[in-house]
Design a protein. Structure first.
Ligand code: M6R
Length: 623
């Protein structure tokens, strides 16, 4: 949550900042702002409430005499989405500007100390505390001398280093000091920051998306590191260790991956990218000769993995739903007991864990604060940790002992779609890999690999339901309550369908195992409460069909997601969306497609902002 950009170099600074913020807008869109230094000493701050488009109308463009600037798009934590609370925040006497992603937990305490020292606050934010703390540190180091005496920029770096131990919480910061108009400072603890290295220019951003098309050379700033950045020089220091070397890595993202192209929304683009994103997750990971998936980065040997007695899967939101799919898969295919834990709960629970337990964190962004904290806690207890993650180099990917990258490409729509199906496929591969280390035969392994290979094509066919799904959405879009029901592998699909609808169309939806609805939710059923049944053919089909009949007997409309060729369901359901028949262990990846489309169309018809639903942000980097 919150997106940060920074730039130092010869380009038009405001243009880059606005473009970068547009690409980061999915991280928060409550307010936005930029700060630039013009004519070597004028610190110019522009802010607006709401979207980047509002900011673009206020920004006048930077003069030729401007080489440096920072920008921010906000997801409000401390203080409402108002102009005064928008970033950048300035420090005492307008001597510096700062943008922040994260949360300062002890801000109230620091604030009262600063107030007693004579600082006055204009905002309710935790960030303004950092701005004043830093200006106070500079004041102490210079003896309050603002007479134009030139101090070296290292003094700025030093002041940042000195205030870091006083800040409790998380931060990614980009800072401009009026006294060092050619230097941009960046520092992080627990919130992501990367630096783009160009030819005679440098960029700062919360993630790689603003840099695509500008540079493919990036440096991941690590926790406790401070960067001092000018046009042609990048120096990185560690808070306690002093200057440290930095690795420049090649970035994977191309600019066309972060553009909308012919699509109206990122969510729709990403839904339709799924055959390709699944192929990318599978690429190079199926070994036909040995009838097993293969992984490059687990960092656990087959011998170590054979000894695993329990797997804990942890995640939040949609990624938690893929963890549930993973639970069914791993228990069924590899016969290893699995627990699925909300990351926010796992961190504070003290559940007994056997020594031979591994933790797998599942996350699209790799930055979700709860998931990161849960992983750290399990690592601290001595358990090996893996991450199934989309964003290369993200905090969770760096923190885990090993893992699997999804390679699904950047996911920009706040509602997760292609990352979800790629997570499910990564977990399918992992389940089969673990199964093949144990009891799954060569022949079964071969058969399952063949079935997995057919998956992208099945997803392509499932996408062809788009037009029909739009018609069904038209029929039901005014309903204010929905039930989503499924069993076994398709119970998590029901949860995911309900979450998709809730988050982008603000319609109340409940996901349940279909048999469980008899124990309460069936009371919700009436003429205006559609039930979406996820019921492809399989061993549990008959039972789900009985559950469907129970809803019909009470007058509830039913939309069924069924396998092509199932004529029976058409006699009872009001609407049927057919998807290609697939092996049961792959069904969740196919059946979720019409549910993603259904939520998309309903949200559009209800006039909602599909890519940027209210109150949400793509990466939840606060607890
Ligand atoms: O980046 P992560 O996968 O860790 O994010 C977890 C959730 O915040 C995320 O899945 C969220 O629920 C999505 N908005 C769902 O579409």
């Amino acid at each position: 949550m919150c997106g940060i950009v920074g730039y130092v170099g010869p380009r038009n600074v405001q243009d880059f900042l606005l473009e970068g913020l547009r690409r980061l807008e999915y991280r928060g869109y409550d307010s936005a702002g930029t700060a630039i230094i013009e004519n070597h000493h004028d610190l110019l701050v522009t802010k607006s409430v709401g979207r980047i488009a509002n900011l673009a109308q206020r920004v006048t463009g930077s003069s030729d005499d401007c080489q440096i600037g920072i920008g921010h798009t906000r997801w409000a934590t401390h203080g409402a989405a108002t102009l005064v609370n928008a970033h950048p925040h300035v420090g005492g006497e307008n001597c510096l500007a700062i943008v922040h992603n994260g949360v300062i937990e002890n801000f109230a305490e620091l604030r009262s100390q600063l107030v007693s020292q004579g600082y006055s606050f204009v905002s309710e934010t935790d960030t303004e505390v950092i701005a004043h703390l830093l200006s106070e540190q500079i004041r102490q180091k210079t003896g309050g001398d603002r007479s134009g005496t030139t101090y070296p920029r290292e003094l700025g770096m030093e002041a940042i280093r000195e205030i870091m131990p006083r800040l409790r919480g998380t931060y990614g910061l980009a800072i401009l000091f009026k006294d060092w108009p050619e230097t941009l400072f960046a520092v992080r603890l627990g919130s992501p920051l990367i630096i783009g290295v160009g030819d005679g220019e440098h960029f700062v951003a919360s993630d790689a998306s603003p840099l695509a098309g500008f540079t493919d050379q990036i440096v991941y700033l690590a926790d406790h590191q401070i960067a001092m950045i000018s046009e042609d020089r990048l120096q990185v220091s560690h808070r306690d260790q002093g200057p440290v070397a930095h690795d420049v890595q090649k970035m994977e993202i191309r600019s066309n991956q972060v553009e909308l192209g012919d699509y109206e929304h990122y969510m729709l683009k990403e839904i339709f990218e799924q055959p390709e994103s699944i192929r990318n997750t599978l690429r190079g990971r199926l070994n036909h000769d040995d009838a097993t998936p293969v992984f490059g980065g687990l960092n656990l040997s087959p011998q170590e993995l054979r000894k695993v007695k329990r797997i804990v899967l942890t995640a939040c939101g949609t990624s938690w739903h893929s963890a549930l799919v993973g639970e069914y898969l791993i228990e069924e295919i590899a016969n290893i007991p699995v627990e699925v834990e909300y990351a926010s709960e796992l961190r504070y629970r003290n559940s007994p864990t056997e020594a031979e337990t591994i933790l797998i964190a599942i996350t699209q962004s790799g930055e979700t604060a709860d998931t990161l904290a849960a992983l750290k806690e399990m690592k601290r207890k001595g358990h090996p940790t893996l991450a199934i993650c989309n964003v290369v180099g993200s905090s969770i990917a760096q923190e885990a002992d090993g893992g699997v990258y999804l390679h699904a490409g950047p996911e920009i729509g706040v509602a997760s779609t292609k990352a979800y199906t790629s997570q499910c496929i990564a977990l399918t591969l992992l389940a089969l890999y673990l199964g093949r280390l144990r009891h799954v035969s060569y022949e079964t392994g071969r058969q399952m690999i063949d079935q997995i290979n057919q998956l992208p094509e099945a997803v392509e066919k499932a996408l062809q339901t788009n037009r029909q799904v739009a018609e069904i959405a038209r029929k039901y879009h005014a309903c204010d309550n929905f039930l989503y029901l499924g069993r076994h592998y398709n119970f998590p699909t029901a949860l995911e369908g309900a979450l998709k609808l809730k988050e982008i169309s603000y319609v109340h939806a409940e996901g349940y195992p279909s048999a469980e609805m008899k124990h309460g939710p069936i009371a919700l059923v009436d003429l205006n409460t559609p039930s979406v049944f996820v019921m492809p053919t399989g061993f549990i089909y008959e039972k789900v069909m009985s559950n469907l009949e129970e809803i019909k007997a009470r007058g509830g409309p039913v939309i069924a997601i069924a396998a092509q060729g199932d004529q029976r369901v058409a006699d009872v359901a009001d609407d049927v969306i057919y998807v290609p028949p697939t092996a049961e262990f792959l069904q969740p990846i196919v059946t979720v497609i019409p549910l993603q489309l259904l939520s998309y169309h309903i949200a559009l018809m209800r006039g909602c902002d599909v890519d940027k639903p209210r109150n949400l942000a793509k990466s939840v980097t606060v607890e």
